[in-house]
Every structure is written in C-alpha cells, then in structure tokens.
Write a protein that binds this ligand. Structure first.
Ligand code: HEM
Length: 244
C-alpha cells in the first residue's frame, strides 16, 4: 500500500510538471529551411515554405488567412494569403502580448503594387511607422478577392530605438496577424488572431511539413489533465480504504 502511494505521488508530481510545461508550450513552430524552392513573387507554391498555419479570426471563429513561414538563420520568410483586399499586418511581441509595444510589418496591394513598411504600436491605436525602417523585401498580388503577400526581413535588427524584434533560434516569441477586409488605408481591423506564440526552431531540427495545426506543442493538455484526474482519484480511493 505504501509503495502504491509513493508511485501515485510521483505520478502526480510528474503530471503537474508536464501540465506547467504545457502552459509554456508554444502554439506554433517556425522551422529552418535553405529555401531552395523559394521565389519572392507574391505567389505561394507547394514546398516553398517549411510549414503553414490557418489563422482564425477571434470574432467570427472563421479562417481568414493562411500563414506560411520559415527562417534561414539570418532572415525570416513570411507569406500570408487570405480572402480580403485590404491591408494585412504581421505583429511581433513578447509571448502573450498584443499590440502595445509590438513590432509590425504592414502591407497592402493596390492596383497590383505592394506597399510594405516597418511599424510599431504603443497600444490599441493606429500603429506608427518606425523612424528606422528595417530592410524588408516584399512582393504581393491581389487576384479574385485573394491577397497574397510575401516578405523577407532580418531575424534580428540593429534598430537602437527598440522598435524591432530581435530573434534567435531556440527561443519562443509572440506573433499575431490582423487584416482589413477591403481598406488599404490602415483602419481598425476586420479580422485578427489572438496574440499567439511560436518557437523559432534551431537548424538541427528538421522541418515538419505536417505541423500545420496551431496549438500547444509537445504534451497534449487534455490527456495530461485526464491522467492527472485519474491518479488523483486513485489516491483518494487509497485514503478512503485506509480510513475504513
Ligand atoms: C488602425 C489601426 C488599428 C487600430 C485602430 C486597432 C485597434 C485595436 C483595438 C481597439 C483593439 C482592442 C480589442 C479589439 O477591438 O479587438 C485591438 C486589438 C488587437 N489588435 Fe489592433 N488595431 C489596429 C491595427 C492593428 C494591426 C496592424 C495589428 C496587427 C499587426 C493589430 C493586431 C491586434 C491584436 C492581435 C489585438 C488583440 C491584442 C491586443 O489587445 O493588443 N491591430 N486593436
């Protein structure tokens, strides 16, 4: 009976730890790639990016865009495609943080021309253009109501004003995406994700093209939680039996 109790207690400690670890698990992964099949042309083809995620609008619960991405240790490659004709913004911040203090790349395609810029936001208000624009290379298309933008930006920036991200592999960062259904002028978003997190994977980790679902990576919370409940119930039963 005593050893059973010990096993149950060890299991509870283990499961509690894995649940805590799970809370800190990232929603997404950005993999390393050599980008052999890459073309900066505002069109996204199969195998161009290591993986992609469908982005859900917080208000409607519908998918409003697909995010494609990867990095090559010096630059981040991002592609966003969705059924809207207005602006689209890619936000970067610390995990869990939204607009306030975020670095943003905001773009729009108008009459076949892409406008893209480096922005920052001080709160839930109109973002400002950075004084020091990080070098972003971009391309975009708008066809049949679908906007597709692709851009390449440095993984870390020398911006001393602190308005840019500074990423290195092996770490977890925050990101989010917002878009306007029709306005190229920066007006309040029609669609936006929640603030999400991703792990910037080291080049020693092979890309997983099947990693296309946003959500806690590694230990699936419900399974851990259910196991936790099961072990806790066993403990209660042991205690009850002992008291009889
Ligand atoms: C004219 C420009 C913008 C205005 C006026 C604006 C305004 C707001 C407001 C009032 C909220 C509060 C919650 C809500 O209403 O959903 C919000 C939230 C949010 N916005 Fe914006 N926004 C703008 C641009 C952007 C851009 C460009 C992005 C992405 C790059 C973005 C991403 C978000 C996200 C992720 C949230 C939820 C987290 C948070 O509260 O910060 N917004 N925005």
């Amino acid at each position: 009976m005593q050893s059973l109790k010990r096993i149950a207690i060890s299991l509870i400690i283990f499961l509690t730890f894995s649940m805590v670890a799970n809370v800190f698990a990232a929603d997404a992964r950005m993999y390393y790639s050599t980008f052999d099949d890459y073309a900066l042309d505002g069109k996204i083809s199969a195998n161009e990016y290591p993986n992609s995620y469908e982005l859900t609008d917080v208000n409607s619960g519908n998918t409003f865009a697909t995010l494609y991405w990867g990095h090559n240790n010096t630059h981040v490659f991002v592609g966003i495609s969705g059924s809207f004709t207005g602006w689209v913004g890619f936000g970067m911040n610390e995990p869990g943080k939204g607009m306030a203090g975020a670095d943003m790349v905001i773009s729009s395609v108008e009459n076949g021309n892409l406008t893209i810029g480096d922005y920052n936001a001080v709160g839930n208000v109109l973002p400002n253009k950075d004084d020091d624009q990080m070098p972003i290379k971009g391309a975009g298309t708008e066809e049949n109501g679908v906007t597709t933008v692709e851009f390449i930006m440095p993984m870390a920036s020398s911006d001393t004003a602190g308005q840019d991200h500074n990423w290195s592999p092996g770490n977890t960062y925050g990101f989010f995406v917002a878009a306007h259904e029709s306005s190229d002028e920066l007006l309040y978003h029609t669609y936006r994700t929640d603030p999400l997190t991703f792990e910037l994977m080291k080049d020693s980790v092979s890309a997983d093209p099947n990693d296309t679902k946003l959500g806690a990576k590694d230990s699936p919370f419900p399974i851990t939680f259910i196991s936790f409940l099961a072990v806790a119930s066993v403990l209660v039963l042991i205690k009850k039996k002992k008291n009889q």
